[in-house]
Design a protein around this ligand. Structure first.
Ligand SMILES: [Zn+2]
Length: 106
């Protein structure tokens, strides 16, 4: 069976309006990258939403861009704690006591 015949059986696809909404609201659930829309091979009115790296959104799932943004913001706050937990790897980035006290004006 041809690849697009298989795809036609398992993928429903989206209308143009739906596809535009999906790519504006969601990101790939696997890599959190942007989704893109492509016309289906079997119907000019049917669009597929895909992640170029991971596959079709109907199979791989999606995550809201808002959730991705929240995760990224949390990551910024987690970074200093992670560095402190790994002094053997990041020791040069952690200021020693003397430097810290100098910066505080002592
Ligand atoms: Zn992806």
């Amino acid at each position: 069976m041809e690849a697009f015949e298989q795809a036609k059986e398992i993928l429903e696809g989206f209308t143009l309006e739906e596809a535009e909404r999906v790519i504006s609201v969601y990101a790939c659930s696997q890599c959190e990258g942007n989704l893109v829309m492509v016309p289906s091979e079997w119907n000019m009115d049917t669009w597929l939403v895909i992640c170029p790296d991971c596959g079709n959104v109907e199979q791989i799932g999606r995550i809201s861009k808002t959730t991705v943004a929240i995760r990224n913001e949390r990551g910024v706050f987690d970074f200093p704690r992670a560095i402190r937990a790994l002094p053997e790897f990041w020791g040069s980035l952690i200021k020693d006591r003397k430097t810290m006290l100098e910066e505080l004006g002592f």
